[in-house]
Design a binder for this molecule. Structure first.
Ligand SMILES: [Zn+2]
Length: 283
């Protein structure tokens, strides 16, 4: 499932093909994904210029010159592919249409953007740009982890008196937007905090220290995504899935990577999801 760094990588990959370009043709090949598409979606997109391509949490937001914003969520298995991009950063030939190509945009610059989603957990919607923040999916979100409103005081206040494990608190999208299982495991490892520790019982300085660690973990992953974008000329134009090495995630039974620790990475299940951590140096 794509997390924030993967979605940001998709946004950066789409940007040269979409920003400032007009959607010449929008093909919508079925009535719905996870939810029905908005009414007359193809018609409302056709002929519109994409004035900005933004990201909020794991949503990609394409602002249009009509005053509407296209919201895209990749869900579990949604994939965006760019072909025929005139800047030469992507494969030039449009691939043959595939099963599950649900939405296809042909841009006036020659680029084609294809949204393929076999499991259809993804979503698209059209919102009024001016009130997009109040959309039900966006209104509930806490601050962006890489933005200025995610700071030490915010996290200390959010954790104060909370009786849930720190792992669940960091996955709470109302506390911090866009953080998922993988990067929470990685951040807690770097911070030396056990995923089982109750959020409200962690001393304020340790909570505060999590803030720059979370920003670093995400920034490192976005950098890895950026390197993957530079390789796209040889690749198939598919965005957002890149090789990235993790310190604890997926490393059950392996030696802890913290210098001098000597512990072993373990795995427990919390709220139905795997937490990978070192029981020796994460307290
Ligand atoms: Zn360790």
């Amino acid at each position: 499932m794509p997390e924030l760094p993967e979605v940001e990588t998709v946004r950066r990959g789409l940007s040269p093909a979409m920003e400032g370009a007009v959607i010449k043709k929008a093909a919508v090949n079925r009535p719905d994904l996870r939810w029905p598409f908005p009414e007359r979606m193809a018609e409302r997109l056709t002929g519109r210029c994409v004035t900005a391509l933004r990201r909020r949490s794991k949503y990609i937001l394409a602002d249009l010159d009509s005053g509407e914003t296209l919201l895209v969520h990749l869900g579990m298995s949604g994939r965006m592919t760019v072909s025929g991009d005139p800047l030469g950063r992507f494969v030039h030939d449009h691939p043959k249409a595939q099963k599950h190509d649900h939405v296809v945009f042909d841009m006036d610059n020659g680029a084609r953007i294809t949204f393929n989603d076999p499991r259809r957990f993804g979503a698209m919607d059209l919102l009024e740009t001016a009130t997009a923040d109040q959309h039900k999916l966006l209104a509930v979100l806490g601050p962006e982890p890489l933005g200025n409103s995610f700071h030490e005081e915010h996290l200390i206040a959010a954790f104060s008196g909370r009786n849930t494990p720190v792992k669940s608190a960091l996955l709470d999208q109302g506390i911090i937007a866009g953080l998922g299982n993988i990067y929470v495991c990685e951040a807690l490892f770097r911070a030396g905090i056990s995923p089982k520790r109750k959020a409200g019982q962690i001393a304020a300085p340790r909570v505060g220290a999590l803030v720059p660690i979370i920003k670093d973990v995400l920034t490192d992953a976005i950098k890895a995504g950026g390197s993957s974008l530079r390789d796209f000329r040889q690749a198939d134009g598919e965005l957002g899935y890149f090789q990235h090495s993790f310190d604890v995630y997926g490393r059950e039974g392996e030696a802890c990577r913290r210098a001098g620790c000597g512990g072993t990475v373990g795995r427990i299940t919390q709220s139905g999801r795997s937490s990978f951590y070192c029981g020796k140096c994460q307290r």
